[in-house]
Design a protein around this ligand. Structure first.
Ligand SMILES: [Zn+2]
Length: 480
C-alpha cells in the first residue's frame, strides 16, 4: 500500500487507489505493519465522507488480563453462529453496571436493523467486561487529554477528530475472553461523536453514549462483514477510468450495460425497496463523482440512518451463509448409517422471518411429501448395498435475487447411508413372510422408484420378478 494515504483528510479522490476494504493483507497486527482503517463519517450535507486510510498496526499483546464475559443473546452453538462481541474501554470497575446496560441497549438497536432483523437466529451476542484505570478515552472532549485505559481508545486518531481508534490487538485479546467472536464492537465510554472500522481485523469502534456513532458502526459492519464499498462521492468532478471494481455494490456499468452483462446487481434493476427506492445504476460512488455507479440513490453505505440497499443486504446474507450452516445438528448424525425403520431428524437454523425449504431425496429422486425436518424411513426401497438418503436445504429468501449466489451459498446438501433392515421380504413388518406380503408385492407390480417402497426388495429400481423370487425364497418366519 502506498504511504501517502497517511490521513483521512489528505485522501484526495484523484490519488485514492481502488482500495478494497477487506483486502486480507493484514492477518493480525504486527510490528512495523500497517492496518487498514475506515473513518467514514457524515459530511456537511449528510452524505458520508472519510474513506480508507492506513495506520501503524499495534504491537502484539502479551500477558493481557482475563476479563469476565457474559453471553447476552444465545441463539445456538457458537461454532455455527456469527458471534458479536462488545468490548468496552474507559469503563472503571464501578461503571460496569452502566456498561452492561449500555451494551444491552445498543444490541437491541443493532437487532432492529438488517441483516439481524431477518436472521437474528444466526447471531449470538456477548459482552466482555473490561475494566480500565481511568474513565473515558484519550482526547475527549479535546485534543491532548491522555487517559490510562485497557484498549487504548482515543479520538483525534491520525489528526482526525472523529476518528476513534483502538488497539486492535488489545480489542482482539479482550474479545478472546468471550466464547467466540466473529465481529468485535469496541465501545468508548464517551458522549463525543466518533467511530472507525478495521475491516481486516473485524473490529469496529463507536462512542457508547452518542447515538449516531452506532450508525457509523452499522456502516462499518457493511465494510467488515459484507465487504461492501462506500457508495458516497465528494461531488468534486472526479472521474474514475479504471477497470471494473471488485465489490458487489459498485460498478462501472450503466443500467443497460449491466442488464446486458447480467453481472453485479443486474437481478435488482427495477426492484424498489422501502427508503432506498428503485434499483438502477446511479453515477457517483466510491469517492468518484463520475465513472463509478451505485445500486440506489441512497443507502447505508452512502448516508447514515438509511438501510442497506438490495445488493448490500443480499451480500450480507451470503456472508451469513458462508459463515454458518443451515443445519445445526441431526439424529442420527450427518453421514452416519441409518437402518431402515428409524427416523432421521434435522435441527435447522431457521431465519427469523421466513422458513427454510427442505426436501428429502432417495438418491436422485425427490421423496414426494418429504418436505419436513424429519423423515420416516420405514417404507423406502433399499437394496442389499444400501441407498443414499439426502436432505437438501434451501434458503428461499426474496432478499437474495441472484440465483447463482443462492445455488452456491444458500443451498446445502446432507447425506446419510440408508441400510436395509432385517427380513426385507417382510413387507408389512409383521414378523413373517407370507401371503399378505405376496399380495402387497403383487399390488405394486411394475411400480418404480420411491413409490415401489419396500416391495422393491432388491433395490434395483422397480417391482419385478427378481423381487418375487427373493420373497418366495424367504417364505416363512423371519428368523431375525
Ligand atoms: Zn465507509
Amino acid at each position: 500500500m502506498s504511504a501517502f494515504i497517511a490521513s483521512c483528510l489528505a485522501l484526495s479522490p484523484l490519488l485514492a487507489p481502488p482500495l478494497r476494504p477487506q483486502g486480507g493483507a493484514a492477518d493480525g497486527a504486527r510490528r512495523g505493519e500497517k492496518e487498514l482503517v475506515t473513518c467514514c463519517h457524515p459530511g456537511e450535507h449528510g452524505m458520508l465522507e472519510g474513506g480508507p486510510l492506513l495506520l501503524d498496526a499495534p504491537e502484539a499483546v502479551a500477558g493481557f488480563s482475563t476479563w469476565p464475559s457474559t453471553t447476552i443473546e444465545s441463539n445456538g452453538p457458537v461454532a455455527n453462529r456469527v458471534d458479536i462481541v462488545f468490548v468496552g474501554d474507559g469503563f472503571q470497575a464501578a461503571q460496569q453496571a452502566s456498561w452492561a446496560t449500555l451494551v444491552s441497549q445498543r444490541w437491541a438497536t443493532i437487532a432492529s436493523r438488517e441483516p439481524v432483523v431477518s436472521y437474528r437466529r444466526y447471531f449470538n451476542a456477548h459482552r466482555v467486561d473490561v475494566t480500565s484505570a481511568d474513565a473515558g478515552v484519550d482526547n475527549d472532549p479535546t485534543q491532548g487529554i491522555a487517559r490510562n485505559t485497557a484498549l487504548d481508545m482515543g479520538f483525534w486518531c491520525s489528526g482526525i477528530e472523529r476518528l476513534l481508534c483502538v488497539s486492535t490487538s488489545k480489542a482482539i485479546a479482550a474479545a478472546n475472553c468471550a466464547p467466540q467472536w466473529n465481529q468485535i464492537l469496541a465501545v468508548a465510554n464517551s458522549t463525543k461523536y466518533g467511530g472507525a472500522g478495521y475491516p481486516t481485523a473485524d473490529v469496529c469502534t463507536f462512542s457508547g453514549f452518542e447515538s449516531s456513532s452506532l450508525e457509523v458502526a452499522l456502516h462499518e459492519f457493511g465494510h467488515s462483514f459484507g465487504d461492501l464499498a462506500d457508495e458516497y462521492d465528494y461531488a468534486d468532478g472526479t472521474t474514475y477510468t479504471g477497470p471494473e471494481l471488485g465489490e458487489v455494490n459498485v460498478s462501472i456499468q450503466t443500467t443497460s450495460q449491466m442488464q446486458a452483462s447480467g453481472s453485479k446487481w443486474a437481478a435488482w434493476i427495477g426492484v424498489s425497496l422501502p427508503t432506498v427506492g428503485a434499483h438502477g445504476s446511479f453515477e457517483g460512488a466510491r469517492y468518484y463523482q463520475f465513472g463509478i455507479r451505485r445500486p440506489t440513490s441512497n443507502s447505508l453505505m452512502r448516508s447514515l440512518g438509511v438501510p442497506f440497499n438490495g445488493p448490500g443486504l443480499e451480500q450480507m446474507i451470503v456472508k451469513l451463509h458462508q459463515q454458518t450452516m443451515m443445519l445445526d445438528a441431526a439424529v442420527p448424525a450427518v453421514n452416519a448409517s441409518v437402518v431402515r425403520g428409524s427416523s432421521v431428524t434435522a435441527t435447522l437454523n431457521q431465519p427469523s422471518l421466513h422458513a427454510l425449504s427442505t426436501q428429502w431425496y432417495l438418491g436422485a429422486e425427490a421423496i414426494v411429501g418429504a418436505t419436513g425436518s424429519s423423515i420416516d424411513t420405514r417404507e423406502l426401497p433399499v437394496g442389499s448395498s444400501g441407498a443414499q438418503l439426502r436432505l437438501v436445504v434451501i434458503d428461499p429468501t426474496t432478499k437474495v435475487r441472484n440465483e447463482a449466489l443462492r445455488t452456491q451459498w444458500l443451498r446445502e446438501n446432507y447425506n446419510w447411508t440408508l441400510v436395509r433392515d432385517a427380513c426385507p421380504s417382510d413387507l408389512n413388518r409383521d414378523g413373517r413372510v407370507d401371503g399378505a406380503d405376496l399380495t402387497e408385492l403383487l399390488s405394486k407390480w411394475g411400480t418404480a422408484g420411491v413409490a415401489a417402497g419396500r416391495a422393491d426388495i432388491d433395490g434395483l429400481g422397480s417391482v419385478e420378478g427378481g423381487d418375487l423370487a427373493v420373497l418366495l425364497g424367504a417364505w416363512g418366519l423371519c428368523n431375525s
